[in-house]
Design a protein around this ligand. Structure first.
Ligand SMILES: [Zn+2]
Length: 100
């Protein structure tokens, strides 16, 4: 009887150790996979998104493309218009007034 219990205990121990080793190996394997592979959405700095300085807007008066940071801006109805010069902006404002 004692022998049976001992062998049973041994069996349980072996199963437990086996499971532990299995889960440990699984965890290690999983870590290795996540480390080695690509990480989706984990590096926003790598994605080539246009910066504010890099954005170009078209001057509606003369058609010149100007940087939104260097342009002469005019806020109109929630949208921002960009002009290459104050001259163009004033001309647009004048025509806009005439149109309205
Ligand atoms: Zn212009």
């Amino acid at each position: 009887m004692l022998r049976l219990l001992a062998s049973l205990f041994e069996f349980v121990l072996v199963v437990l150790v086996g499971r532990l080793l299995g889960s440990a190996a699984e965890r290690l394997w999983g870590v290795a996979r996540t480390r080695g592979g690509f990480r989706p959405g984990n590096s926003p700095a790598d994605s080539p998104r246009p910066t504010v300085e890099g954005r170009m807007a078209r001057d509606p008066v003369c058609g010149t493309f100007v940087s939104t940071k260097l342009s002469h801006r005019l806020d109109r109805g929630g949208e921002t218009l960009h002009f290459c010069s104050r001259d163009c902006r004033e001309r647009y404002e004048k025509t806009n007034v005439l149109a309205v």
